[in-house]
Design a protein around this ligand. Structure first.
Ligand SMILES: [Zn+2]
Length: 176
C-alpha cells in the first residue's frame, strides 16, 4: 500500500492493506495544523454529534454518521485508483470495417471504433491517382467533435468541406 494520506471532505484518511489483501482506512484524521505547522492527523473520535481530536482538542461538526463519511472516503479513493486505468467498452466491436467503397479516383473506408471508451467513427479517404496518401478523420460520436490524424495528410488536401451531424451538434469545416 502506498504511503499516502489523502484528503476527502476536508479530513485526512490513511489507506492501509489488511492481511486479506484488501484496503482499509484509518480516519477521519484531524486536519488542524498542530506542531511545526504540520497537520495533527490524529484519528478523530465521535462525541455528541461532533468529532473530537483527542490530541489537539479541536472539534468538528458531524453531519450524519461517521461510518458514512468513512464509507464515502473509501469509495472516493477506490474511484481515484481506478481513474488511472485505461477504459475499454465491450459494447462496441473493436475496429470492424463497416463500409468500404471506391471509384476510379478515391477509396473510402469507415471503421467503427472506440477511444477511452468513447464511440467513434474513423473515416479513411485515399486519393488513388495522385498517391498523396490518405486522410484519416475521426468523428467522435460521444464528444460530438471532428478531428483528423495529423500524421496523415490534412483533410483539406482531398476535401473542400467536411460536415458531421451529431445528435446535438453539427461540426463543419470548410477548407477552401
Ligand atoms: Zn488534532
Amino acid at each position: 500500500m502506498d504511503q499516502i494520506i489523502f484528503i476527502f471532505k476536508g479530513y485526512g484518511f490513511e489507506p492501509y492493506g489488511n492481511s486479506r489483501g484488501s484496503m482499509s482506512l484509518h480516519g477521519p484524521l484531524c486536519p488542524a495544523e498542530y506542531k511545526n505547522e504540520k497537520k495533527c492527523l490524529c484519528v478523530l473520535e465521535e462525541w455528541n454529534n461532533h468529532m473530537l481530536c483527542p490530541v489537539c482538542s479541536k472539534q468538528y461538526p458531524l453531519s450524519g454518521e461517521m461510518s458514512t463519511l468513512m464509507n464515502n472516503a473509501h469509495k472516493a479513493y477506490k474511484a481515484y485508483l481506478r481513474s488511472g486505468k485505461k477504459i475499454i467498452t465491450l459494447d462496441i466491436p473493436v475496429s470492424t470495417v463497416k463500409a468500404e467503397d471506391e471509384d476510379a479516383f478515391h477509396k473510402v473506408s469507415v471503421v467503427l471504433s472506440q477511444k477511452d471508451g468513447r464511440k467513434q467513427a474513423i473515416i479513411y479517404i485515399c486519393e488513388r491517382e495522385k498517391k498523396v496518401g490518405k486522410t484519416h478523420i475521426f468523428a467522435d460520436i460521444d464528444r460530438e467533435e471532428l478531428r483528423y490524424d495529423p500524421s496523415d495528410i490534412a483533410p483539406g488536401e482531398i476535401l473542400v468541406k467536411l460536415t458531421a451531424e451529431f445528435k446535438n451538434a453539427i461540426s463543419s469545416i470548410q477548407y477552401k
